[in-house]
Design a protein around this ligand. Structure first.
Ligand SMILES: [Zn+2]
Length: 86
């Protein structure tokens, strides 16, 4: 019989934003031994979004395609949605 397709139930996940103290940002996304050799100033020199000048960033979860496929800790501007990485 045609026309009978079973609806595939999607799976949803929610993410919860928690502010991270500035000194913990790099160790949140890099192994501690690597984080110790980096500074936020060198990883994100302007601190602000190139497009909208916001300085608020969302760290994408490690499961997100950007982060998973690139191996880099991707961040997204909370204001305009622009992506970059640390
Ligand atoms: Zn922006």
């Amino acid at each position: 019989m045609y026309g009978i397709t079973k609806y595939t139930m999607p799976t949803f996940y929610k993410s919860v934003l928690v502010e991270i103290p500035e000194h913990q940002v790099l160790s949140e996304v890099y192994p501690e031994r690597i984080a110790n050799q980096l500074t936020l100033e060198e990883r994100l020199p302007n601190s602000e979004c190139e497009d909208c000048k916001s300085t608020q960033w969302i760290i994408l979860p490690k499961e997100s395609p950007y982060t998973r496929d690139s191996g880099k800790p991707y961040i997204q501007c909370m204001n305009c949605g622009n992506f970059t990485h640390l």
